[in-house]
Design a protein around this ligand. Structure first.
Ligand code: AR6
Length: 177
């Protein structure tokens, strides 16, 4: 799937239309990629998140919302909440798939054509990256097959280990082993 790319780097530096944030249901920021996006994007992103939370209470797992990108090179940020890994029998795979596809659905709705994702749920939320990568790749690949409007999806991985795992998953086309 040529529209999917895997790169080693910092998602806050990506010059794409929209970057995706691995947020939590409060949308009030946190550590990891969430912390990095709010630090670099500035306070306007948190302000918009507060307005959204006033309306919806909290963001459910597997869902996504969109804000502007503040000071980031990307014009928009899509905030999604991935699953917390609980051993594999709590619909984690389905929820992770939903996080990727709901994010892409929002990108499409907003006419955003180049999207960057981090490795959702594989940090603080504990989803093993070897299991998450094939789910991520197949969720994105299935969406792109049906939606030619999206030009490029880039997985931006923060360290060599995670990069290799996603590179392998992409080579295998998202299939597990
Ligand atoms: N660019 C790209 N990837 C990054 C960056 C970055 N700048 N920084 C970290 N990562 P995590 P989660 C990678 O923990 O597991 C937050 O506190 C990181 O190495 O950010 O979905 C939220 O508020 C890992 O591979 O997200 C939630 O409470 C990946 O991003 C909770 O963490 C995801 O790690 C969400 O946990």
């Amino acid at each position: 799937m040529e529209r999917i790319k895997v790169v080693l780097g910092d998602i806050t530096e990506q010059k794409v239309d929209v970057i995706v944030n691995a947020a939590n249901p409060s949308l009030m920021g946190g550590g990891g990629v969430d912390g990095a996006i709010h630090r670099k994007g500035g306070p306007s992103i948190l302000e918009e998140c507060k307005q959204i939370i006033k309306k919806i209470g909290h963001l459910a797992t597997g869902k996504a919302v969109i804000t502007k990108g503040g000071n980031l090179p990307a014009k928009y940020v899509i905030h999604t909440v991935g699953p917390i890994w609980g051993g594999g029998s709590y619909d984690e795979e389905e929820v992770l798939r939903s996080s990727y596809q709901e994010s892409l659905r929002l990108a499409k709705e907003n006419n955003l054509k180049r999207v960057a994702f981090p490795s959702i749920s594989t940090g603080a939320y504990g989803y093993p990256k070897e299991l998450a990568a094939p789910v991520a790749v197949s969720a994105v690949s299935d969406f792109l097959d049906k939606n030619p409007e999206i030009d490029e999806v880039r997985f931006v991985l923060f360290n060599n280990d995670t990069y290799s795992v996603y590179e392998n998953a992409l080579k295998r086309g998202g299939g597990l082993l």
